[in-house]
Write a protein that binds this ligand. Structure first.
Ligand code: ATP
Ligand code: MG
Length: 251
């Protein structure tokens, strides 16, 4: 269980205090997928940076499996907006990076998992290429592969598909859900897209304008549904998300 209790984050640029997020509290059960939506600047990335350990200075408690969250103790996968691939490493080396650091030696089981996931994401043929030799969609598939190969306790994604064109984006969302259906990795992701939240979020958290607090948590009845856009309930939920996000946007 990931427990967030009265989390509040401030930044201190030039001795000023900017209260960026919170207080927010929530409990995220194993295998859940939480989609965070909310106006630009409401604190989505800030929240993910706390969970990934990039931000250590915050108020409140964040625990994973009853221990304070710590990337040194927990396996936490983070896919940033630019995919986070290392330019000087091949696709294969990028994929196994998190394993190499933690385990030093790749076991036969891990080897099978790597081959299987690379195959599922259709990147086996790309394994000797460098990131600069890949398209946006291919980079995205590599970053998804890397996250699932790591098999993290918690997977975080910051607007993971926003750089992709509509078709590639839909494909990436489908691939993500297919991988999740197999590995059930606990995931929190931020998105600007209501459609993406409905497509990939088991729960959808709507944050208010900054400093972001929780406006609503929706148990998404449409998660893992095929042909979403042909479903009337999809359009009703999308309209609801739009109106709540707008209301929370105090200009
Ligand atoms: N390093 C920083 N120093 C000072 N203020 C910051 C810093 N990073 C973020 N902020 C402020 O904190 C607030 C939350 O920022 P954050 O990047 O978390 O928002 P976001 O919801 O991810 O926005 P977007 O949807 O545009 O990505 C914003 O008002 C932002 O201006
Ligand atoms: Mg952001």
């Amino acid at each position: 269980m990931l427990e967030i209790d009265e989390l509040s984050v401030s930044y201190f640029p030039d001795k000023k205090r900017i209260h960026a997020l919170g207080p927010i509290s929530m409990k995220i059960a194993p295998s859940d997928i939480y989609a965070l939506i909310g106006p630009s600047g409401c604190g989505k990335s800030t929240f993910l940076h706390v969970l990934s350990g990039i931000i250590k200075n915050y108020q409140g408690q964040v625990t994973l499996k009853s221990n304070p969250i710590d990337p040194k103790k927990h396996d936490i996968g983070f896919i940033p907006q630019n995919f986070g691939l290392l330019a000087w490493k091949t696709v294969y080396k990028n994929c196994v990076l998190s394993l190499k650091i933690k385990e030093k030696i790749i076991t036969p089981d891990q080897m099978n998992r790597i081959d299987y996931i690379m195959d599922q994401l259709n990147i086996t043929d790309l394994k000797d290429r460098y990131p600069r030799e890949l398209s946006g969609g291919q980079k995205q598939r590599v970053s998804i592969a890397r996250a699932f190969i790591m098999n993290p306790d918690l997977l975080l994604m910051d607007e993971p598909f926003s750089a992709l064109d509509a078709l590639t984006r839909e494909e990436a969302q489908e691939l993500f859900v297919a991988m999740w259906n197999q590995y059930k990795t606990t995931t929190v992701f931020a998105t600007h897209s209501n459609e993406e939240a409905i497509n990939m979020g088991k729960k959808i958290v709507i944050l208010s304008h900054y400093p972001g607090t929780i406006v609503e948590v929706i148990d998404n009845p449409l998660f893992n549904t095929e042909n979403l856009r042909e479903n009337k309930a999809f359009h009703t939920l999308a309209a609801h998300l739009r109106s709540v996000v707008k209301k929370g946007w105090k200009l």
